[in-house]
Design a protein around this ligand. Structure first.
Ligand SMILES: NC(=O)c1ccc[n+]([C@@H]2O[C@H](COP(=O)([O-])OP(=O)(O)OC[C@H]3O[C@@H](n4cnc5c(N)ncnc54)[C@H](O)[C@@H]3O)[C@@H](O)[C@H]2O)c1
Length: 341
């Protein structure tokens, strides 16, 4: 039985980590911590776990692993501390808010011989797994280009502390906006689907519409428009948005030499493959978790399997490459030029 601690007891901990640990018979949540002590105590009492008054106290309580579910600014510091305490770490995305922070996490996992997994749940979705297999099998031939989108109406209704004062809009706590919140998912997904890495980035990252409680535009981006050139030569676009006030868009289209694969675009079928010769194949695999429809993400089972195996699924080292592309996109937007990775 793995003894688990939860650090940060907000929405993602409540709707994903906690229920998925409870459903896994090899895990037991023994400890929780949140800067909001009242929240931590409530969660602890519901779980029959212990609520600690500091991260250090929790880390010294004899755990095997922790989930880091705090706001973005603290991921790296807490993850490194936990790894240095000899614990395994599952950290929410975005992995860190600086490249240096992400690199320190990878180094701490290596130095301490512990698992560092990042909660890039899009990779584990059954539809994305099937799409990956089909692309590998050559179903659409050689990949030429792609469009990937993650767009919804914003995180202010999602957080456990909802409203226009959400930390997601706070430059100090979130550091980055839609690009890091949603863009990291699709950056990581494209690397996964294509078994390819990002070579260069051109981006425009802006704040177009989202306003805080004082009525002024928020200090982090609400829209990102990115062009990725892959090492294979394929070129595609990524759009991340918090200002899609219609139905959520979580789609990816891959254009290959033999056909086009649309993922989560056709509402009837999770994958549609339109072949060059006119044939169409449909695959109905699994819906994607959305803010309003939480299905089991598989992240916790994959983490527990990683602990059993001794190697991380979705390792920090791997996701560091996705983070490099996100930081390169921000740099490209700031300097208005292409950035090579
Ligand atoms: N994988 C996904 O699809 C996904 C979805 C949503 C959120 N997330 C990520 O999960 C993280 C948490 O987001 P959320 O939606 O749960 O936010 P939330 O606002 O609902 O909850 C955050 C919680 O963390 C606590 N907290 C903040 N800083 C802390 C610190 N230093 N120490 C201890 N507790 C701290 C807050 O008090 C709050 O209870 C974010 O990094 C977010 O990007 C991932």
């Amino acid at each position: 039985m793995y003894r688990i601690g939860i650090i940060g007891c907000g929405k993602i901990a409540q709707v994903r980590h906690i229920p998925e640990y409870l459903a896994n018979e090899k895990a037991k949540i023994c400890a929780v911590y949140d800067i909001n002590q009242e929240r931590a105590k409530e969660i602890a009492s519901a779980l029959n776990a212990v609520s600690y008054e500091s991260v250090d106290a929790l880390l010294s309580s004899g755990l095997d692993a922790v989930s880091v579910c705090t706001s973005n600014d603290s991921h790296a510091e807490i993850a490194v501390k936990a790894l240095d305490h000899g614990l395994h770490v599952l950290c929410e995305k975005p992995m860190a808010v600086t490249l240096e922070g992400a690199e320190k996490m990878v180094e701490a996992a290596r130095k301490n011989g512990r698992i560092l997994m990042i909660g890039q749940n899009q990779r584990l979705n059954g539809t994305h797994q099937r799409a990956h297999e089909l692309i590998r099998k050559g179903e659409i031939g050689k990949v030429i280009s792609f469009e990937t989108v993650f767009a919804h109406s914003g995180p202010e209704t999602w957080s456990v502390d909802p409203g226009k004062n959400t930390w997601f809009f706070d430059k100090k706590k979130a550091v980055m906006g839609a690009m890091a919140d949603l863009g990291i998912h699709k950056t990581d997904l494209i690397r996964f689907l294509l078994d390819d890495d990002i070579a260069s980035v051109d981006a425009k990252i802006v704040t177009l519409d989202k306003r805080g409680s004082d009525g002024s535009l928020i200090a982090v981006d609400d829209n990102a428009f990115v062009i990725y050139e892959m090492k294979s030569g394929a070129v595609g676009t990524l759009r991340a948005s918090w200002t899609n006030y219609g139905p959520e868009n979580n789609s990816t289209v891959i254009y290959g030499s033999e056909g086009v694969m649309s993922i989560f675009l056709n509402p009837e079928h999770s994958i549609e493959v339109a072949k060059k010769n006119g044939e169409r194949d449909y695959y109905d695999v699994e819906v994607m978790q959305t803010n309003d429809n939480q299905t089991s993400s598989g992240v916790i089972d994959a983490f527990i399997d990683s602990l059993d195996r001794g190697t991380a699924e979705i390792s920090g080292e791997d996701v560091l490459e996705s983070m490099k592309a996100v930081f390169a996109a921000l740099k490209s937007a700031e300097e208005r030029k292409e950035v090579r990775i």
